[in-house]
Ligand binder design. Structure first.
Ligand SMILES: Cc1ncc(COP(=O)(O)O)c(C=O)c1O
Length: 362
């Protein structure tokens, strides 16, 4: 029996591979594979989530009004130019569905975040991968790929899995050089961990250009990955088009309540950011001291490069660390077969990781 046939291109899509959450024979492993917040989340968010438990029979507000107002106020943005999603992943999906037709193309960095491309392929688009010399987005490499069928450029800034940033002046040069018909998406999922003075949010570009769009998430610094809340800020005309295909009740009540509470907890935010930045620089230095090259920049993880020498490879390191209960992300499917992406852990986990890497390298 032959069943229904998926649309062209669907079966060519590589399914998203999440970070490992378990290892055989290891109880309570340390999960450093999904860039979650190791401090958890704001206790105020937990309280708000629990308080929402008595409202499960109600549909959520389709406009996410309480969160819309809180985000607008916090960042000084126009509320009507915001859109909310089931994670920023859903916002990427809506962008692809709204602006990419079969035969059009989307451009991203060669190591770019997998969710961008999945949505583009699902829309029948072509994905073009711009070279990232030294693991950095290069504006000229992107511009060289643009043609009349280019509809979207996706950049995660800071990048995942590289963690590197594209300086504000380069983002502005890219925005200046792209045709106005091309959407430039600046995904700031890890933005809060970036401390480079040359980093810019992109809100000003999104406010003043007709084609620049910024996304953010509650999954990383706010530690609410389980609740799936992300948002986007962009030109009114883009938001108006995107809102037509957004599912009406896409952010649920407990998630809305918890996200609003999280936004108000500046103490938790400050602790998360300080923890991430402090231990990122410690891990970069310590792992570098073991003789491994480390790429790190503005996120809550580091990218560690391994030699190709048998016995010392990234794949073998991942297996060795897993046996010791340390789960990290092998990023071969991001075009980086010789690297591991390691989320910043709690102090014990970070120290255990460096000790284990030292043992691995002998
Ligand atoms: C670069 C980047 N953007 C977006 C996301 C997705 O975030 P969300 O949980 O909001 O869908 C991730 C998650 O890993 C990410 O790494």
């Amino acid at each position: 029996m032959t069943g229904p046939t998926p649309k062209d291109g669907i079966l060519g899509i590589q399914p998203y591979v999440p970070g490992k959450a378990s290892a055989e024979g290891v109880e309570n492993p340390v999960k450093l594979s999904a860039n979650e917040n190791v401090l958890g989340c704001s206790p105020r968010a937990v309280e708000a989530f629990a308080a929402a438990a008595h409202r499960l029979a109600a549909y959520p507000d389709p406009r996410a009004t309480i969160l819309r107002q809180a985000v607008a106020e916090k960042f000084g943005l126009e509320p009507e130019r915001l859109i909310f999603g089931c994670g920023s992943d859903e916002v990427f999906q809506i962008l692809n569905q709204t602006f990419l037709s079969p035969g059009d193309n989307m451009i991203q960095g060669e190591y770019g975040f997998a969710a961008f491309a999945i949505g583009a392929y699902a829309a029948g688009g072509e994905v073009r991968f711009a070279r990232e010399p030294n693991y950095r987005i290069d504006v000229d490499e992107i511009l060289a790929l643009v043609d009349e069928r280019t509809k979207i450029v996706f950049i995660a800034n800071p990048g995942n899995p590289t963690g590197t940033i594209l300086e504000g002046r380069e983002v502005r040069r890219l925005a200046d050089s792209l045709p106005e018909s091309v959407v430039l998406v600046l995904d700031g999922a890890y933005r809060e961990f970036a401390d480079d003075p040359d980093f810019e949010d992109g809100f000003e570009l999104a406010r003043t250009r007709s084609n620049v769009f910024v996304t953010r998430t509650f999954s990383k610094m706010h530690g609410l990955a389980a609740l799936r809340v992300g948002w986007g800020y962009g030109p009114a005309a883009m938001i108006s088009a995107m809102d037509r295909i957004r599912l009406p009740f896409n952010v649920n009540i407990p998630a809305l309540e918890a996200a609003v509470a999280a936004l108000g907890d500046e103490d938790f935010q400050r602790r998360s950011i300080e923890h991430g930045r402090q231990w990122r620089s410690w891990l970069t230095q310590q792992i570098g001291g073991l003789g491994l090259e480390v790429t790190s920049g503005g996120a809550n993880f580091v990218l560690v490069h391994f030699p190709k020498t048998p016995g010392k490879t990234a794949a073998e390191a991942e297996a060795f660390l897993a046996k010791k209960g340390l789960l990290v992300r092998y990023v071969a499917n991001y075009g980086l077969p010789d690297a591991l992406r390691i989320t910043i852990g709690l102090e014990d986990g970070n120290r255990a990781l460096v000790a284990a890497l030292g043992a691995f390298l002998g």
